[in-house]
Design a protein around this ligand. Structure first.
Ligand code: ATP
Length: 306
């Protein structure tokens, strides 16, 4: 992996609060990584450290070959950042705002203005930002972060306030950028929409990194049960199929679906039993643990809860 960001044993302390505690990870070129965690878990602090807006108390961060804490900022123009609470000068139009940021980054203005169309703001480009809705301001924030085709893109809760259509567009844009080699680090609480989109997930809890890997690899570490849903013909209400091994945890859903909690190694065996019993199976669904469940699992584990 060609690392664009290296976070090496980084801690950041604010008085008594350890916002980030001894965190290590590398981010590679073309990786799209979701950074998730409760409020106050340290996500924004990590991004600010990468941007050089604050310095680590311990450890080091290197971004595109620069150590921002040591005042090295040569690669900064290749960084895109969308802050959590984006705010712009209300008196400027969308076009003027985008022009301002393009000049600040020394990037071609015409290209930066095209980004207003990319995020669906073309028609509102000559309106003052003060008249924009929250979602429109968020779109402008995205357009600003995308100026100059960044090599590292840090997005702090980017989809908050976006309507479903723009969420789709947004993920399309960043997936294209990642495919072209941009590293995307995206913090969010919207776990469902990240599950199929993020190649890798980093879970933070009280400043500590508690999990890091693809959803698939987190599933295999967590070993949470997979839900198997069967629709069996001629099953009386409350009845469970007689071929189920006695110790199998199962319940009835909607009166006619049997839902089974299967350990990873039980899945194939259950399918074999179902077909061998000659049961009239009308439907069969395998639902692996979702990101919400994995997230809860790793947080509980970190807190020493069962
Ligand atoms: P959220 O999901 O709510 O945005 P977060 O994971 O981004 O949360 P951070 O903003 O990184 O969390 O905050 C981590 C911890 O550091 C919190 O306890 C927060 O109160 C504390 N913190 C952050 N910035 C400061 C600051 N400037 N001074 C003091 N404490 C701070």
């Amino acid at each position: 992996m060609n690392a664009t960001v290296r976070v090496d044993n980084v801690s950041k302390r604010y008085g008594r609060v350890e916002a980030v505690a001894d965190v290590c990870f590398d981010l590679g070129e073309g990786e799209m990584v979701a950074l998730i965690g409760h409020n106050g878990a340290g996500k924004t602090t990590l991004m600010k450290l990468m941007l050089g807006l604050i310095r680590p108390t311990h450890g080091s961060i290197v971004v595109l070959g620069d150590n921002p804490a040591a005042g090295q900022f040569a690669g900064r123009r290749h960084l895109g950042y969308l802050p959590e609470n984006v705010s712009f000068d209300a008196a400027l139009t969308g076009r003027e705002t985008q022009t301002f940021y393009a000049r600040l980054k020394r990037e071609p203005v015409a290209k930066a203005l095209q980004l207003l169309d990319t995020v669906g703001l073309g028609a509102a480009a000559s309106r003052r930002v003060g008249t924009y809705s929250k979602g429109m301001r968020q779109r402008l924030g995205l357009a600003q972060a995308l100026i100059g085709r960044p090599r590292v893109l840090l997005l702090d809760e980017p989809t908050t306030g976006l309507d479903p259509e723009l969420r789709q567009t947004f993920y399309g844009v960043i997936q294209r950028l990642a495919a072209e080699g941009t590293t995307v680090l995206l913090s969010s609480h919207a776990l469902t929409e990240l599950e199929e989109r993020a190649a890798r997930v980093i879970i933070m809890n009280r400043g500590i990194k508690v999990a890091d890997g693809s959803v698939e690899s987190l599933r295999s570490i967590a070993r949470l049960p997979t839900k198997i849903r069967l629709k069996v013909a001629n099953l009386a209400p409350g009845e469970v199929p007689s071929w189920l091994p006695a110790s199998t945890a199962c319940r009835r859903l909607n009166g006619h679906i049997v839902e089974i909690d299967a350990a990873p190694e039980q899945k194939i065996e259950l399918l074999r039993c179902a077909t061998a019993a000659g049961t009239a199976l009308e439907d069969f669904d395998v639902v692996p643990p979702n990101l919400d469940e994995l997230y809860a699992h790793f947080l509980h584990k970190a807190e020493g809860m069962p």
